[in-house]
Design a protein around this ligand. Sequence first.
Ligand code: SIN
Ligand code: FE2
Length: 200
Amino acid sequence: MQKLSVRGFDIYKGLLDQPMQQALVEAVRDVARAAPVFSPMTPYGKPMSVKMTSAGAFGWVSDRSGYRYANTHPNGQNWPAIPQNILDIWDRVSGSTRPPECCLMNFYGEDARMGMHQDRDEANFAEPVVSVSLGDDGLFRIGNREKGGSTESIWLSSGDVVVMGGDARLTYHGVDRIRFGTSQLLSKGGRLNLTLRVVT
Ligand code: SIN
Ligand code: FE2
């Protein structure tokens, strides 16, 4: 394990070993059985390139009326509880005394990406965001607290964990591309990102 700091983000390279990564994939499969993965519609009328589902009291949804937290899946059911092995990662790295209320699960296929954005729909920016990378490598770009300006990029690999907190809580970030087929973790390839947040 190697801990890096890039623009205030703490990046734990190789925090999660292979058996742990496999157990996390199993846990995500269990969640996806109860809360099926969907392709959210953007407010611009184009489906997002990532597919998603959530666990916890709140899930993240997007449709023509915008992005927001919702306490039910688009199918009307409550989100499943956040699996214990995912909560354990939060306890290891977040430094928070509160439990996460949302675990967003994003699936990136070969051509998926995530544009530069801030995570700013939560009520308390003193609480960090914890992001877990599984499967194929993803090129993670880190910008600034304001839109634009210079950026730095780092490849995130399976088992890496990023903590976006403190002064960097509102720093812009995104995923430019996936290096498809770089990991054997997911049988069909692709990247899985778990994002843990306190919402209220
Ligand atoms: C996000 O910021 O929403 C996802 C980050 C990632 O996929 O690594
Ligand atoms: Fe984000």
